[in-house]
Every structure is written in structure tokens, then in C-alpha cells.
Design a protein around this ligand. Structure first.
Ligand SMILES: [Zn+2]
Length: 343
């Protein structure tokens, strides 16, 4: 099969389009013919060797994949050949206390597809059958491959972790990113008032189209906490949706209302952020970490996308062979929503 293969860590140029052995599904596994694979910042960190896990080389990136069942391993009865499927949030053990409680994202033995095992930048991928979900008829392969990470992550952050309530104010940072635009939509869906930040007016206009009530251009207003106070009669945001990290952390904490919750899932600009502890305890604020999503989150967002209540925003669809260019665009932040590769 054709695949984008990494033989070493480094810049986008290490992504090579070449022949690679087609995987064979073992017992309980399924071979999926890849029709679309969504790009994520995790792919960039994995390519550079910066995500903290040892990746065996040669390696194939790609966290989220949509396609058709091409072959069934021994004992797989829940899926049929040709069925449209989408890959779920990783591979988990199914036995530990967290897995049994439906918290698969807390499983210590959890493997990340595209990091710990070969991902979807290829014509075929093999995955355990239990990690796949049927793709609703109304959802395209491209939309399916742009749903899991963005909406699953945003849903877990805002529903399971921050417990966002109707009528609360939600501040979404970097609303032009895949997870940011998902957070804007989940916030609106939950009945919150959404304030979105982004680096350009163009991205803010798109966030506004997605339903954001107010927008802040943080290139013009780097001290965005002040702008948030102005928009909330001095009150601040009940929930701050963080995934930017070092560059925005200080203002994110400052933007919190009394009793506010800051929930974070990423640190694309750096992992160290200074926290004003006085502000934290005086406001009785809460900082929450969030990682990936659960199987239940995944099924919920897939259903809502199928019903048209949530809409994956796709920046562009590129051929698989253009993975290098796609990574350059992602790194340059010249995207609104997801880039999807199509073999
Ligand atoms: Zn487990």
C-alpha cells in the first residue's frame, strides 16, 4: 500500500510518500480501507519527537480515520465487509477500574493510534474492532475523520470536566483551531454565552458564523482578560477553554469569574504557564486537566454530527501524498478547522 512513512523525527520533510506493507488483521482486529484521515497538532508533536512517548521507527502518523471495512480478523462479528466506520479514541485495556467505569481515557495501558501504533496516513489501517464505530450515513468520510479529536475532546472538557451550564459565559481561546471551533459549537449547544478569541478578524468572523456571541482579536488585544471583563460587566468568564498554553495562561486565569473553572487540554505554545495564586484562591477558581475523550463522548458527538447539530469545519481536503504541505500549513496556523488527507 501507499503510506506517509517517517523514518526519522524532524521537520515536515521527514514525511515520505512511499510503499509500505499492507497490515494483516489478527484475531479481533479489522482492516480498514482509509477514505479520510484528519490532521492534529499531536501529529506534529509526534513527528518532532516532542510528545513524550517513544515512537518506533519507521512510523505512520494519523490519529483519526474514517473508511470502509476491508477485511475481518478471526472472531469479529459486530462489523461487516464494506461497512462505513470511524476510528475511536485510542486502544484501551477494557479490564482496569477506569475502563470498567467508562473512563477509557484514564486507562494506564491506553495506546494512542498514530503514536503507539501505526495511524491513518495510509491506504489501510488495522485496528481492534471494539475501537471502531459505525459512521452515520449522513456523515461524509471527511466529516467523520474531523469529528473525534475536535468534538470528543471539547465535549469531554466542557461536559465531563467543567460541567458547563446553560446561561454561563464560556471563553474559547484560539477559536480558529479544530478543537476551538468544536468548543464554540458545544458551548452554544449547551446553552452558554460564548466569547471567542482568535488571531485574525477572518477567523473571528467564522467563529461568529458558528454562533459565538462575542469575539476578541488577541493580536490587537493581547491582554484579552481585560476585554473579557468589559464584555461581562466586570464579572469574567465562568469557564475558560484553554489549549494554547504558555502564551495565554496568565490572561486565561485572569479572565475567570469568581468560582470560575479553567479547563485545559493542550499547550501548543509551551507547557509552562505562570499562575497568579492569589487570583486563584481569592476567586475560589478551579483548574482542570482534560485528556482526549471517552467512548461514550465519541458516540454522543458522532450522533450529534449525524443529526446536523454539530458541524465539523473542514479547512481543506488534500491528497495523502501532500502530507508534508499539510503539516507546513498546520504549523503556520494558516487553517480554520481541520485539514483532512484523502488516500
Ligand atoms: Zn484500562
Amino acid at each position: 500500500m501507499k503510506a506517509i512513512v517517517m523514518h526519522r523525527r524532524g521537520g515536515p520533510e521527514v514525511l515520505r510518500y512511499e510503499d509500505f506493507p499492507t497490515p494483516e488483521p489478527g484475531p479481533g482486529e479489522v482492516l480498514v480501507r482509509v477514505r479520510a484521515c484528519g490532521l492534529n497538532h499531536l501529529d506534529v508533536f509526534t513527528r518532532r519527537g516532542e510528545q513524550g512517548r517513544r515512537v518506533k521507527l519507521p512510523h505512520i502518523l494519523g490519529v483519526e480515520t474514517a473508511g470502509e471495512v476491508a477485511a475481518l480478523g478471526q472472531g469479529v462479528t459486530e462489523l461487516r465487509l464494506g461497512q462505513r466506520v470511524v476510528s475511536g479514541p485510542g486502544i484501551w485495556c477494557g479490564r482496569c477500574e477506569f475502563c470498567r467505569a467508562g473512563q477509557e481515557n484514564m486507562c494506564a495501558e491506553r495506546l494512542i493510534v498514530g503514536v503507539d501504533v501505526h495511524g491513518g496516513y495510509a491506504e489501510y489501517i488495522k485496528l481492534p474492532a471494539y475501537t471502531l464505530a459505525p459512521l452515520p450515513e449522513s456523515v461524509s468520510f471527511e466529516q467523520g475523520a474531523a469529528t473525534l479529536v475536535a468534538f470528543g475532546t471539547a465535549w469531554h472538557m466542557l461536559v465531563d470536566r467543567a460541567a458547563l451550564k446553560p446561561g454561563e459565559t464560556l471563553l474559547v481561546l484560539a477559536a480558529g483551531s479544530g478543537v476551538g471551533m468544536a468548543a464554540v459549537q458545544v458551548g452554544i449547544h449547551l446553552g452558554a454565552r460564548v466569547i471567542a478569541t482568535a488571531s485574525t478578524d477572518d477567523k473571528l468572523a467564522r467563529a461568529h458564523d458558528l454562533g459565538a456571541d462575542e469575539t476578541i482579536n488577541y493580536t490587537r488585544q493581547p491582554r484579552f482578560a481585560r476585554a473579557v471583563r468589559k464584555l461581562t460587566d466586570g464579572r469574567g468568564a465562568d469557564v475558560v477553554f484553554e489549549h494554547v498554553g504558555a502564551d495565554t495562561w496568565k490572561d486565561s486565569v485572569a479572565a475567570l469569574a469568581i468560582g470560575g473553572r479553567l479547563v485545559t487540554c493542550g499547550s501548543t505554545t509551551g507547557r509552562w504557564g505562570k499562575t497568579d495564586l492569589w487570583s486563584l484562591f481569592a476567586k475560589q477558581a478551579t483548574i482542570l486537566g482534560s485528556f482526549s475523550s471517552t467512548r461514550a463522548n465519541f458516540h454522543t458527538v458522532l450522533r450529534l454530527v449525524g443529526e446536523g447539530q454539530l458541524q465539523p469545519v473542514i479547512d481543506s481536503v488534500l491528497p495523502l501524498s501532500a502530507a508534508e504541505e499539510a503539516h507546513r500549513r498546520l504549523e503556520a496556523r494558516q487553517v480554520f478547522g481541520k485539514i483532512v488527507l484523502r488516500p
